[in-house]
Design a protein around this ligand. Structure first.
Ligand SMILES: *Cc1c(COP(=O)(O)O)cnc(C)c1O
Length: 487
């Protein structure tokens, strides 16, 4: 703003706070009255106050810098108040397009729920339900009963209980079975999952003492046997969810650890992490040990997540021997870690989909995404190429490209799924790095943010998770990429 610029009649020059209108005067403008209908008087008053206070500060300046004269009118003030209101009332949790190539992306909310779960959740949220009520005899029921039989049928376990997430499951199991005692774990399995879940720390919080055995790359039967003593509460195996130890390695199988545990009258606990209910090879996917196989190998307690490979809501599922599950359910911590009706409403129909393997890949969203046909994604990439190039202009090159998706969330960390998508990079090498960062930010600034992956000096948009039904919405907002070019 130039000091010499003459104030236009519509935008009077304001040089002193006393020239600013009173809050009430702004509130009484027709535009503010309209906003009041949507946002209410309190929020509108707050917004106007904040805007006027900001202008007042600008006019007075700080102690060091003098205030600046401003060109503002009523319309500007209302507009600023409106922006403030819109921002304050905008949802913080927003849908995004996950084009990162990681299907189960923990930071993007992991599994997308199947429609059956969505419908059940809406119903459960808006009506009373028999959450803990036995409809047969009208007595008090147990919320775990809603899914226990189904979980047992799908895993071959004797009993099951559900908690908030797998971290809670591990905590509850250790706190119940090993408080004040020792748990033996191989050094190669002392996992840290993103977001500060570390087996040794959880163990401490559960009041159990970790006894590490073996080395990072090799653990033998004799290592476990040497660690068993009078304070041992359990032998535990933890799934190496997000890493692989390769090369000169040796791990003891679940079955062998279970046998050693039982010979010493100890339980064997497995934190399976992701925990799949199906043999993924039947769907042309890489092999991951199933919950059933783990139970059959002799594990007495197995814990796994609801929102990883299983494809359901966030939950921790604990399965195993009846007596141990009964003990776990009696732990007072169970009450603190239990799930609500929304979770159970989503979990039950998700599990039921597994009863029909023939329709599973169609109905279970995560499996549908894992098994998406390459040709689908290839066609999609071709369709999107021109609109994307048009939206971005000549500064960028857009190419259809083969790429690889990850399953994510601690499942099969080293396996990848062949995929297709779009690769975008700056046309000129000049300032390419900055241009690329800006490009990524522009996609993130879209009404429904598009999250891609920066890799190899390009922005990669993996189309695996852009199902056909979402393509129109994706394309429709591309025009906005141009208008946000000022970034
Ligand atoms: C993912 C994972 C956890 C944590 O599960 P949440 O459901 O995220 O709480 C614990 N252990 C292993 C091995 C995991 O892979």
């Amino acid at each position: 703003m130039h000091a010499t610029q003459a104030p236009t009649p519509e935008k009077p020059e304001v040089t002193h706070p006393s020239h600013l209108p009173a809050v009430d005067k702004v509130l009484l403008t027709p535009a503010m009255q309209t906003l009041r209908e949507s946002y209410g008087l309190d929020a509108c008053t707050e917004a106007v106050r904040t805007v006027l206070a900001g202008l007042r500060r600008q006019l007075l300046g700080s102690d060091e810098t003098p205030g600046v004269p401003l060109l503002v009118d009523m319309g500007d003030m209302v507009h600023s108040a409106q922006q403030r209101l819109e921002q304050r009332f905008a949802p913080r949790l927003r849908p995004v397009f996950n084009l990162t190539g990681t299907v189960l992306h923990t930071n993007l909310g992991r599994a997308l729920l199947p429609q059956a779960a969505v419908d059940a959740v809406v119903e459960a949220m808006t009506s009373a339900a028999n959450l803990e009520y036995d409809l047969e005899d009208g007595s008090r029921g147990d919320r775990d009963d809603l899914v226990e039989a189904l979980v047992c049928e799908l895993t071959g376990a004797e009993a099951a209980t559900i908690v908030n997430n797998n971290a809670a499951a591990v905590l509850l199991v250790l706190s119940t079975l090993a408080m004040g005692k020792e748990v033996v774990v191989s050094r190669g399995e002392l996992v840290e999952i993103g977001g500060a879940f570390r087996i040794p720390d959880v163990m401490t919080r559960a009041g159990a003492r970790l006894v590490e055995v073996g080395t990072t790359n090799r653990t033998h039967e004799k290592d476990y046997l040497g660690a068993i003593g009078e304070h041992t509460a359990a032998l535990m195996k933890v799934h190496c969810s997000n890493y692989a130890i390769t090369g000169f390695t040796k791990a003891v199988s679940d079955a062998d650890v279970a046998r050693m545990a039982h010979e010493n009258e100890l339980p064997m606990i497995v934190d399976l992490g992701s925990g799949t209910l199906i043999d993924m090879r039947d769907w042309g996917l890489p092999y991951e040990v199933t919950v059933r196989e783990t139970v059959e190998s002799g594990a007495d307690i197995v814990t796994f997540s609801g929102d990883k490979l299983l494809g359901g809501p966030q939950a921790g599922i604990i399965v195993g021997k009846k007596a141990l599950i009964a003990q776990i359910k009696k732990n007072p911590l169970k009450r603190a870690l239990r799930v609500g009706k929304i979770t159970l409403a989503a979990l039950e129909p998700t599990l039921r989909l597994y009863l029909n393997p023939e329709t599973l890949a169609r109905q279970l969203t995560t499996l549908r995404l894992f098994t998406r046909q390459a040709v689908d994604m290839q066609t999609q990439a071709q369709d999107l190429l021109a609109p994307l190039q048009a939206a971005l202009g000549e500064a960028y090159v857009v190419e259809a490209a083969a790429m690889t998706s990850q399953i994510g969330s601690g499942a099969l960390p080293v396996e990848s799924l062949p995929s297709h998508g779009l690769k975008i990079y700056p046309a000129s090498g000049k300032q390419a790095g900055r241009q690329l960062t800006q490009l990524e930010a522009r996609f993130r600034a879209l009404p429904r943010p598009v999250i891609g992956r920066l890799h190899d000096d390009a922005l990669w948009l993996d189309l695996r998770c852009l199902e056909d039904g979402m393509q129109a919405q994706f394309t429709a907002q591309l025009a906005k990429l141009c208008s946000s070019q000022n970034s």
